[in-house]
Ligand binder design. Structure first.
Ligand code: NAD
Ligand code: UD1
Length: 345
């Protein structure tokens, strides 16, 4: 019988791509999402790609009664992937309690209910933000955790600690913590992708909206960093590659073999850093579309350079990022064009 996975935040950006990969790998999925940063139309995209509409429950994971009802109504959930969280770094500085409540209550509720409903494992979405500005690159999982620079980043650090303490207390659950580097792009079908709210803060949605003429120009935040071209370096990871890693993590976590640790942490990145200017030029050469940009001041709080050592995920999960950045850029552009035509119609 197919294993059943609860995907919290499953209509969101990374969640929707992961539901596609889970369904294509033969898992049954149940999504819970409060639609605070996504819309229900995403389910149509998932259905078109996979031929199957996932079960969808509209609800808030900070409400434990809603979750308890869900577990009763859909018995036999084997594992959880917890994407549900608020994720805007700037907003978290202005509204810290909202971030602590949403991100931490969601996790606490899920952990509390897992033993009660016999759920064996939880995959948690963490971030390379826990490493702060690394002392050296590439960075592996044993690198020190630095002080968080935002309440959002702090929720990821605290969540990792909560999971660790809970499992070390002897709770009958396992966990895989995935530290994402910079997820970008969209499904190659252009049926699902990222839906930024308002003016994007992240580079790629801003870049594609500028290329589409929605924004006048992209500002490159600083070209005086200690990097070869002076702009910041990140490890940009294709969202479908990232989604596939969740399927592999889930498979490993739920496997009956006893030789896997009860908590495992993996970096998910390509292992290659790209500068902002290199990414712009990758977009231009992949799509043939020019991106008007100017060099601006540094953005406060930005990390100069960070990229992953993904060897642990490569060797233990058997996962490797495989989509070339030019293809990721073409997919991001196709998705941009599709969302434009939808919003204009
Ligand atoms: P997203 O905003 O697109 O998806 C999150 C989804 O969770 C949204 O659909 C939202 O409506 C839902 N949600 C939020 N709070 C909820 C609640 N209390 N109950 C039910 N649903 C709720 O974000 P994403 O980019 O897909 O990120 C998914 C996860 O990965 C988040 O935990 C995020 O912090 C983490 N992450 C993202 C990135 C990134 O660059 N996108 C990087 C590192 C980590
Ligand atoms: C940011 C968050 C991080 C979060 C991630 C995904 C900060 C400090 N970090 O990472 O916690 O996990 O988003 O949501 O906010 N850039 C420009 N011009 C732009 C936008 C970005 O030059 O208009 C540059 C930035 O300076 C950076 C790179 O592009 O060097 C990537 O930026 P972004 O997409 O915002 O991601 P991060 O800052 O890496």
């Amino acid at each position: 019988m197919a294993q059943k996975i609860l995907v919290t935040g499953g209509t969101g950006y990374i969640g929707s791509h992961t539901v596609v990969e889970l369904q294509q790998a033969g898992y049954e999925t149940v999504i819970i999402d409060n639609l605070s940063n996504s819309n229900v139309g995403v389910l149509d995209g998932i259905e078109k790609i996979t031929g199957k509409r996932p079960v969808f429950v509209e609800g808030d994971c900070t409400d434990i009664d809603i979750l308890r009802r869900l577990f009763s109504e859909y018995p036999g959930i084997d594992g959880i992937i917890n994407f549900a969280a608020s994720k805007a770094v700037g907003e978290s500085v202005k509204e810290p309690l909202l971030y602590y409540r949403n991100n931490l209550c969601t996790l606490l509720n899920l952990l509390e209910l897992m033993p009660e409903f016999g759920v064996r494992g939880i995959v948690f979405s963490s971030s390379c933000t826990v490493y702060g500005e690394p002392d050296r690159n590439p960075i592996d999982e044993s690198a020190p955790i630095k002080n968080a620079t935002s309440p959002y980043g702090n929720t990821k650090q605290i969540s990792e600690e909560i999971i660790t303490d809970f499992i070390n207390s002897g709770a009958p659950v396992k966990s895989v913590i995935l530290r994402y580097f910079n997820p970008i792009g969209a499904h190659p079908s252009a049926l699902i992708g990222e839906l930024p709210n308002g003016i994007p803060n992240n580079l790629v949605p801003y870049l594609t909206q500028t290329a589409a003429g929605i924004r006048k120009e992209l500002t490159v935040f600083g070209d005086d960093y200690d990097t070869p071209d002076g702009s910041c370096i990140r490890d940009y990871i294709d969202v479908v590659d990232l989604a596939k890693a969740h399927v592999m993590a889930m498979r490993r976590m739920l496997s009956s073999s006893e030789d896997t640790d009860r908590i495992e942490i993996f970096n998910l990145g390509t292992g290659h850093g790209l500068s902002v200017l290199e990414l712009i030029s990758a977009f231009e050469s992949a799509t043939g579309v020019r991106v008007p940009y100017r060099i601006g001041a540094r953005r406060e709080g930005d990390i100069e350079k960070i990229w992953a050592d993904p060897a642990k995920a490569n060797n233990i999960l058997g996962w490797t990022a495989s989509v070339p950045v030019t293809e990721t850029m073409r997919n991001a552009w196709a998705w941009q064009l599709r969302t434009d035509s939808k919003s204009n119609s």
